[in-house]
Design a protein around this ligand. Structure first.
Ligand code: SF4
Ligand code: SF4
Length: 428
């Protein structure tokens, strides 16, 4: 085992607090991920990446910076990673999925703010995230109000660039968003001191599209019933996709998909029999948030699809590569990203239509809507999703939770009741 303490110290990490965090992660991983039986061999790579989450990947970021390039941290799927890659940078997703230093964070933020924002600040204040400490720039966005105000605070601690994400999708919203894409490109040029040319943008678009295609290929395989991969493993891959090297990740996902195709042909599956198929929808589940997915899958169902930002919202739709020049490429980037259907938009009928489509395509038996406590966009939109699912006759369960384990018993009871009900309906 390599000792990375010198590297962490150099990054300004609080070594004692960080050692404490690293002690908690392996048992969590064992309980949620490694305890699953019959996992495909191709998951070994992702197990390795997770085991080195604060080690080898951070070393790569450090070496990248030593070579004169930049690392940029993002918090939302609206931030186009193509622009960061085109500038020779590495893009890392920073959303925090575990409760860290909540009390410290509550000195600066209200108690009733979503766990994702609170823990993101907690990681920063406790100095336990080598990713955020490796970043030359953080890119925030005007999505929900909590994040907007949080980024003002973060800007006092580290350089932050804010992208204005519109809240509607009218023509003038698209114009604004297109200008924001240009402004982000200019910020990258200013930071690196280098002009970003058409070729760099084109290459970056191709690279990220290849990653999306691999992730979409994996999603196609999740249509198999019985399933060839668990929802937890698919979630883990999506979480890792936010920070791993895109070319290497693409290769590993494609190798896993080759194996899954073979397993499918040979009739090898996870669990070996049909289980109720759940669509998990709602707020993102950043690493290492596996709570709800684990409860669903240890209660006898499978998460067959995730309509979340740590799911299909992250990689659905490619950036159109066929474009005459830089401006046309930027147009295509703007259009692809504005086609993500987050609950911060109004109206957001597209998200509901997308969920309906996924229910049909993935032969879904029930929808579990996951909202983080105090997340207004998703808690409010859950009502519209529920209404629509009821119209369609699709069983629906609304869960509101946070990063603690206090409500595990109550969540388990509700999830088990749903799965039992779906199982009985199938037998009838
Ligand atoms: S849920 Fe909305 S605000 Fe949050 S990461 Fe996804 S797109 Fe961004
Ligand atoms: S989960 Fe909701 S409240 Fe929290 S950052 Fe995302 S959109 Fe904002």
């Amino acid at each position: 085992m390599t000792d990375y303490h010198d590297m962490w110290k150099e990054l300004g990490i609080d070594l004692d607090a960080h050692d404490g965090l690293l002690e908690v992660l392996p048992p969590m991983y064992e309980e949620n991920i490694l305890s699953q039986e019959g996992r495909p061999g191709g998951m070994e790579y992702f197990d390795f990446v997770f085991s080195e989450v604060h080690g080898l990947r951070i070393k790569e970021l450090v070496e990248h910076r030593e070579a004169g390039a930049v690392v940029v941290g993002t918090f939302c799927t609206y931030v186009p990673e193509e622009l960061i890659i085109a500038a020779g940078g590495i893009c890392v997703g920073l959303c925090a999925g575990a409760q860290v230093a909540a009390e410290e964070a509550e000195k600066y933020l209200p108690r009733n703010i979503c766990a994702l924002i609170k823990s993101s600040l907690g990681f920063k204040l406790a100095k336990v995230c080598p990713y955020i400490e490796s970043c030359d720039l953080l890119v925030g966005e005007t999505t929900c109000d909590g994040k907007k105000k949080y980024f003002e605070m973060l800007g006092e601690l580290q350089p932050v660039h804010i992208m204005e994400v519109p809240q509607m999708k009218l023509e003038h919203d698209r114009d604004l968003w297109r200008k924001e894409i240009r402004r982000m490109l200019e910020r990258m040029e200013e930071m690196t001191g280098k002009k970003i040319g058409e070729k760099q943008i084109r290459d970056a678009i191709r690279l990220v599209n290849e990653k999306r295609k691999a992730l979409l290929r994996l999603e196609e395989l999740r249509k198999s019933d019985p399933p060839v991969i668990s929802g937890r493993d698919a979630l883990l891959i999506d979480q890792i996709a936010f920070y791993d090297d895109p070319a290497r990740l693409t290769e590993k996902i494609n190798a896993l998909c080759d194996e899954l195709e073979e397993r499918k042909k040979a009739g090898v599956s996870i669990g070996g029999a049909h289980r109720p198929r759940i669509l998990l929808s709602g707020c993102p589940m950043a690493l290492p948030n596996w709570k709800v997915a684990t409860l669903i899958e240890t209660s006898g169902a499978v998460v067959a699809m995730d309509e979340m930002c740590t799911g299909i919202r992250y990689f659905d739709n490619l950036v159109e590569e066929d474009a005459a020049d830089t401006e046309a490429l930027l147009d295509n980037i703007a259009d692809r990203y504005l086609n993500i259907h987050c609950a911060i938009f109004t109206p957001n009928r597209e998200r509901i239509e997308h969920i309906k489509q996924l229910v049909e395509d993935y032969d879904i038996d029930a929808v579990v809507h996951y909202s983080l406590q105090f997340c207004d966009p998703y808690t409010v939109e859950a009502f519209s999703v529920q209404r629509e699912m009821e119209k369609e006759g699709v069983p629906f369960l609304y869960l509101e939770t946070d990063y603690s384990s206090e409500d595990t018993g109550q969540l388990t009871t509700r999830i088990q009741a749903l799965i039992e009900m779906v199982g009985c309906a199938e037998k009838a």
